[in-house]
Design a protein around this ligand. Structure first.
Ligand code: COA
Length: 177
């Protein structure tokens, strides 16, 4: 599926807004650090993920008792891809983590939506990420496509760069002669 097409039309498991058992809000990075380290790995990687820069944001999903259920972060950073994304203002999606017992209920998708809702008004034309191979199906379900070949950073699992364009590019065509 092309990256600039709408989300696939399949039954959406996400409960309607009034029935959702979670609230997603922007949070300081420290608020989601423990979850990120537990689900995604700790050490230097955890600290690296803290920095969303001045324009980026971290998001947390919370249940009615204020317990953290999931996290996401987004910031402006060019997509390294394979050239297919070269002229896009795609923002980088990171820190995607949902507590195991909360997975498969649409929360990850809602966290991506929150990241996009932050990025698009600031000029993003979509999102990209370095997806863990094990999470590739999640990103495919959200309309992301592969950019380039899979790669394995030293000591880390197999990743793929993936992206999803949400806004059509405005290409300023230069006409010859
Ligand atoms: C990946 C992760 C964030 C997904 O969160 P989630 O809340 O379970 O995802 P959702 O329930 O919103 O799923 C959205 C869609 O993706 C699909 N999906 C979710 N995880 C999937 C997976 N691992 N493989 C294939 N499809 C998957 C769902 O079936 C759903 O599809 P649908 O809309 O067609 O029904 C979560 O599984 C997680 O935290 N995993 C461990 C950490 C991780 O891998 N993070 C990503 C790092 S790149």
């Amino acid at each position: 599926m092309a990256a600039d097409q709408p989300l696939p039309h399949r039954p959406d498991p996400t409960p309607p807004a009034e029935a959702r058992p979670w609230v997603i809000s922007e949070v300081p990075p420290e608020r989601t650090r423990a979850l990120r380290r537990r689900v995604l790995g700790g050490g230097r990687r955890g600290r690296y993920l803290d920095d969303a820069g001045p324009d980026g944001a971290h998001f947390g999903a919370f249940d009615g008792a204020g317990r953290l259920l999931g996290s996401a972060a987004v910031h402006p950073e060019p997509c390294p891809g394979d050239g297919a994304t070269g002229t896009d203002d795609l923002w980088r999606l990171r820190a995607m983590a949902v507590e195991p017992e909360w997975r498969g209920r649409g929360l990850g998708k809602e966290l991506v939506r929150a990241a996009l809702a932050h990025a698009e008004p600031r000029g993003a034309t979509g999102l990209w990420c370095h997806a863990l191979e094990s999470a590739r199906g999640f990103y495919l379900a959200l309309g992301f496509v592969d950019a380039g070949e899979p790669f394995a950073p030293p000591g880390a699992a197999l990743h793929r760069t993936m992206f999803r364009r949400t806004v059509f590019r405005r290409v300023s065509a230069v006409r010859p002669g």
